[in-house]
Design a protein around this ligand. Structure first.
Ligand code: FAD
Length: 614
């Protein structure tokens, strides 16, 4: 043994696990990947190195989840699927905006899936990798350690997903990756620097403050930074005191993995220094009754490694408004680039947004390693240039990418595939897109083509309708209103049945009686409005923290005139009701008795799934 060899621990107990998919990292990408895979039939081990789920959105860091609707600037573009389910649940069950309740909701959703084994406080530390004769690599197992229980895990699986942000699994597996900023000429990106460098977006530490009935002092410790009024310009506004501030950013010139401890300390100095300015400079008399309530214990990290996939998403891809045939997710957030010096360069704006009116597709290839055949990635580490990452890194975009990855892994496992390449073709993209559409995840240009959906052949009628919002809209294959600005694949059109009054009934009559397995209903949940959990009072003022007013609250589903299900307090967008009887079905009726606000019924979609013949 040489001086650097570490003797193996005699205390850690070896535990062997097996699954269809191992997800490393329980941020928004990892949580959605794990749930999507489990709901589509795969067994999953989710390995998360901290005690709570949610990553940068957890109570530890408290960033609000934004996405393609760009803080409401692209109304209607809000992500659906799993992230919508989570946001709707949170708005109803957590109207008072507790971040602890938010990450407990993620915990509850993961624990509710019997297919998921959740390993909290467990760090993935290495991978067993087989090198193939063609130079590609195949992960056999990952190794993970949980010190709190003195356990070490070896987990074998056919597929793995690195959703760890920093990319530890991919690194251990030898997946090709990159860091820093590409040169402008490398991918023809207007917003890239002339020369490549190692600079990244910096990290930030958030804080929250509370208002008290009386004046509160802040006694500044002597180890903090000092700020003056001239530091607060270029989007570095102190506009309120309860939640601050994403822009005190630092460390982009350092290695955000290796230098993370140094970065955290400097960010704590900066966070307390900014609060000292707010409380003690005299420039903010409105802050007199405010006191710090919480300061993040760890840095919120924006950028570290990015993997190289079968496709590298570039700024050119983002500015292309056409829907791609291989798209499995989408984005819309502007390319949001920050100066690497962060608060050290107050003369530079804290961020520059390069906007565009459309939505862009994110291809399947961005989520698949180019040299490790059974490795997916999702989240901020996907295959994208630094410029493209400026848009893809927002958490709702990470979440829908996670859903696509989890769904792909489940479908591939069911086919006994061993490589992500099995779906890297038109048939594979289409299979994945259709499954995502069934699970309410929107992909630009994709409409429901499920041949097992009998709603498309049903005769549709309603107690009332209008020419713009007819009953037939529930079977047109689209589950949201589209806007022409989103790209040539889109057009200003509603895809919604809307009644004139309540109660209202929608009737679907099948051409011939057929046994059904499931009835899917997609309600309106106000996608035109932003929906998120935020510590900011100003951001929250636009948000309904409760059931969304457009949504049906009390409804009944009748099959052949008999009650199948009655829901008295619905607030979700997508509902799936199993039909247990194998009796042939002629007529399905959806009766909506009340909503959470609007005076009419609103339904985007109904699917009547035929029972498969045995
Ligand atoms: C200050 C700041 C402000 C931001 N503002 C916004 C915003 O307003 N809205 C928005 O949507 N996005 C924002 N972002 C971007 C966004 O937060 C990130 O891009 C996003 O968190 C990426 O999600 P993720 O799931 O890929 O990674 P993360 O959220 O980083 O989650 C990864 C998880 O993996 C775990 N992990 C890491 N290594 C291992 C390992 N070896 N084993 C097991 N687990 C591991 C980590 O603990 C973490 O929980 C901001 C980021 C920062 C830092």
């Amino acid at each position: 043994m040489n001086n650097h060899d570490v003797p193996p621990s005699r205390q850690l107990q070896q535990i062997d696990l097996a699954a269809d998919l191992v997800v490393v990292g329980g941020g928004m990408a990892g949580v959605c990947a794990a749930i999507a895979a489990a709901r589509n039939g795969a067994s999953v081990v989710l390995v998360q190195d901290r005690s709570v789920l949610g990553g940068n959105a957890s109570r530890e860091i408290r960033m609000h989840i934004v996405g393609a609707d760009s803080h409401g600037h692209k109304p209607g573009a809000r992500e659906t699927g799993l992230i919508e389910e989570l946001r709707l649940e949170d708005a109803v069950r957590n109207p008072h905006r507790s971040y602890a309740l938010w990450d407990l909701l993620l915990y509850e959703k993961v624990k509710a899936e019997s297919n998921i084994t959740l390993l909290l406080d467990t760090t993935c530390v290495s991978a067993e990798v087989e090198e193939m004769t063609d130079g590609s690599r195949h992960i056999r197992a990952v190794h993970a350690v949980r010190h709190s229980t003195e356990d070490q895990f070896r987990i074998v699986a056919p597929f793995f997903a690195d959703c760890s942000g920093d990319g530890r699994l991919g690194l251990e597996a030898g997946a090709d990756c990159t860091e820093g900023r590409e040169a402008r000429a490398s991918y023809g990106e207007e917003y890239a620097p002339e020369k490549a460098d190692n600079a990244r977006l910096g990290s930030s530490i958030m804080f929250m403050a509370r208002e008290y009935p009386t004046a509160q002092r802040f006694i500044a410790p002597d180890w903090i930074r000092k700020f003056s009024r001239s530091d607060f310009k270029g989007h570095r506004d102190v506009f309120s005191y309860e939640y601050g501030y994403w822009w005190f950013e630092w460390g982009g010139h350092l290695d955000t993995v290796k230098d993370n401890e140094k970065i955290r300390h400097e960010l704590l100095r900066i966070a307390l220094g900014v609060w000292d300015y707010v409380k003690n400079s005299g420039d903010h008399p409105g802050a007199v009754n405010y006191a710090l309530d919480w300061v993040a214990p760890i840095s919120g990290k924006r950028e570290s490694r990015r993997f190289l996939g079968r496709h590298v998403l570039t700024g050119q891809d983002i500015f292309n408004p056409n829907a791609r045939p291989d798209g499995v997710a989408y984005g819309g957030w502007p390319i949001d680039l920050h100066p690497i010096e962060g608060v050290d360069a107050p003369e530079k704006p804290a961020c520059v947004h390069h906007g565009f009116p459309h939505l862009y597709s994110i291809p399947y290839g961005c989520y698949c390693s180019r040299n490790v055949e059974n490795l997916f990635f999702a989240g901020r580490n996907i295959s994208a240039t630094h410029v493209a990452f400026g848009s893809t890194r927002v958490m709702a975009t990470c979440a829908i990418g996670g859903q696509a990855v989890g769904t792909a892994a489940a479908l591939l496992t069911a086919r006994h595939a061993t490589s992500t390449a099995a779906f890297a073709n038109p048939e594979g993209w289409k299979t994945l897109q259709q499954c995502l559409a069934k699970d309410d995840a929107f992909v630009p240009g994709v409409i429901n083509e499920d041949t097992g959906d009998l709603a498309k052949s049903a005769r549709l009628s309603a107690s009332s309708q209008s020419p713009e919002t007819p009953a037939a809209a529930v079977a047109d294959g689209l589950t949201r209103n589209l806007r022409g600005t989103w790209g040539p694949w889109s057009a200003d059109a509603t895809h919604l049945w809307k009644s004139a009054t309540l109660p209202a009934t929608l009737r679907l009559e099948l051409p011939s009686p057929t046994p059904l397995s499931e009835i899917h209903i997609t309600f309106d949940t106000g996608l035109e409005r932003e929906l998120m959990l935020s510590g900011s009072d100003k951001a929250t003022a636009k948000i309904v923290r409760g059931p969304q007013p457009e949504t049906a609250q009390h409804y009944r589903v009748m099959v052949n005139g008999k009650l199948l299900v009655e829901e008295t307090f619905n607030y979700l967008r997508k509902r799936v009701h199993p039909v247990h009887s194998s009796e042939p079905v002629r007529v399905v009726e959806l009766e909506i008795l009340s909503t959470h606000g609007v005076p009419e019924a609103r339904v985007f979609d109904v699917r009547l799934l035929a029972r498969e013949k045995l």
